[in-house]
Design a binder for this molecule. Structure first.
Ligand code: ADP
Length: 440
């Protein structure tokens, strides 16, 4: 299996250590970043995103824990090697561009090459080629102040690539740009990832950027609070059984990046229960469902709150509908407990259930909900498929396909409609049973 390019283990960074104003900006951070990945460090201002990035860049030594880049502790390098590392392995783009005002655009880009063996003409040629590529070739003779913000940032993208670095770091690169320039810069960075296959680590607090990344590390108060896989990008980080699973919750987490896992669970379940509800009804239903998921309301109280008229704070649905909703919610929550047990690993789960038994129970539940009669072979295959999905070995689409495949091929031979219904429902159950964070 490929080794990660960057490994942080229990990394802590302390500013002003030993002084009165000592401040722990990162605490116990662990990350594995693989070659070619596009990673976003996301979170509110002051949560430690830049600290983590500059630590990877070789400018902030770990206070505690380890940080290895390509297997090396770069902080143990002799000074000359560290400078080489920062100049040739890492490229960097800053929010404020950091171009030198008195130099021409071309000289700004060529500057990091000054200590190379190449002659000036070669350095200039390479710089001009990059400026052309990033759409600012025509202004190479100007000084930075004559350029727009978007152009200046594309100059700094060119500069960051001039020594052909393996890893490109970007510190809020669009923080000072308008929406058109933002799009241009984001597209260029995306191209560097997908076309040049460089590893990208970007600091951002713009939720609109998350869709570019393979994975997002969410930081809060100096800790990684969750790690979310972007289901729309083919993953580079090898998926280990039991480690990751792309769930609806992860998709919701991208839409609602600042919401807690509990809130996302509520959204997932409420999405399923509502069809033609008004906004007011949805808000009420979310509130009641939240109490129900947390166990603060029992089933009877939940049903009552659903029936209660709007003016009394209820959701105002028919009693029959309320009972149907409570029944679905209860079943989902119960079955999600099985998913949680399954994923709690054999040593835990083994006390009460074998893994197989849990997968069997889940697949029986699925068949029961959709009143599908299954043969012995189908039941066995279903158990396999369910186990594969719960451990994240297959994604939702692959599960869907397996359910439609022939029985001999390990499938269930279900119709497209049956497979769709089953997998849609099952994704909901998984969303209730699996945390967005893998770090449990
Ligand atoms: P972010 O990039 O998420 O906005 P930073 O990594 O820049 O956050 O900062 C994390 C915390 O560390 C903040 O509270 C910030 O005030 C503090 N901090 C950053 N740099 C220094 C420094 N050089 N000395 C002391 N504290 C710092």
């Amino acid at each position: 299996m490929a080794k990660p390019l960057i490994v942080a283990r229990d990394l802590s960074i302390i500013y002003n250590q030993g002084k009165q104003n000592e401040f722990k900006a990162l605490s116990g951070v662990s990350t594995d970043i693989f070659e070619g990945e596009y990673i976003i460090l996301f979170g509110p201002s002051g949560c430690g995103k830049s600290t983590l990035m500059y630590s990877i860049q070789g400018s902030l030594p770990p206070g505690e824990g380890t940080l290895l880049i390509r297997g090396d502790d770069v902080y143990a390098y002799p000074p000359a090697d560290r400078v080489y590392f920062q100049r040739h392995v890492m490229g960097i783009i800053f929010q404020q561009f950091n171009l030198i005002p008195s130099l021409s655009v071309l000289d700004n880009v060529a500057l990091p090459m000054i200590f190379c063996d190449e002659d000036k003409a070669t350095r200039n040629r390479r710089s001009q080629t990059l400026l052309d590529r990033f759409g600012v070739g025509q202004v190479s003779h100007k000084i930075p102040a004559m350029l727009s913000g978007g152009q200046q940032q594309r100059v700094s993208v060119s500069r960051s690539m001039v020594n052909d670095p393996k890893i490109l770091l970007a510190d809020e690169p669009t923080g000072n740009l308008d929406s058109v320039s933002t799009q241009q810069v984001m597209d260029k960075i995306d191209e560097i990832n997908t076309f040049d296959r460089r590893t990208i680590i970007m600091v951002s607090h713009n939720a609109a950027h998350l869709s570019y990344a393979h994975r997002v590390y969410y930081l809060k108060d100096g800790k990684v609070v969750r790690e979310v896989v972007n289901p729309q990008r083919k993953q580079i980080k090898p998926v280990k059984e039991g480690e990751t699973i792309v769930t609806e919750l992860e998709q919701l987490a991208r839409l609602f990046p600042y919401d807690s896992i509990e809130t996302l669970r509520v959204k997932s379940l409420v999405n399923y229960l509502t069809q033609d509800f008004t906004f007011d009804q949805i808000v009420r239903l979310e509130r009641s469902t939240g109490f129900f998921i947390q166990g603060k309301m029992d089933r009877d109280a939940y049903i009552k709150s659903l029936i209660l008229p709007l003016e009394k704070g209820g959701v105002q649905v028919e009693e029959k509908e309320a009972r149907r909703m409570a029944s679905i919610a209860t079943k989902m929550i119960d079955n999600s407990d099985d998913i949680r047990r399954y994923r709690a690993r054999k040593d835990n789960a083994g006390i009460f259930f074998s893994q197989h038994k849990l997968a069997e129970r889940l697949s029986e539940h699925l068949a029961e909900v959709y009143r599908i009669k299954l043969s012995k072979e189908q039941r066995e295959n279903m158990t396999e498929v369910v186990a594969d999905r719960v451990t994240g070995v297959i994604d939702e689409d692959e599960m869907n396909e397996r359910m439609m495949q022939g029985i001999r091929a390990g499938g269930l031979a279900l119709s497209e409609r049956e497979a769709d219904d089953l997998s849609r429902y099952f994704e909901k159950v998984i969303a209730q049973g699996v945390d967005v964070s893998y770090k449990n």
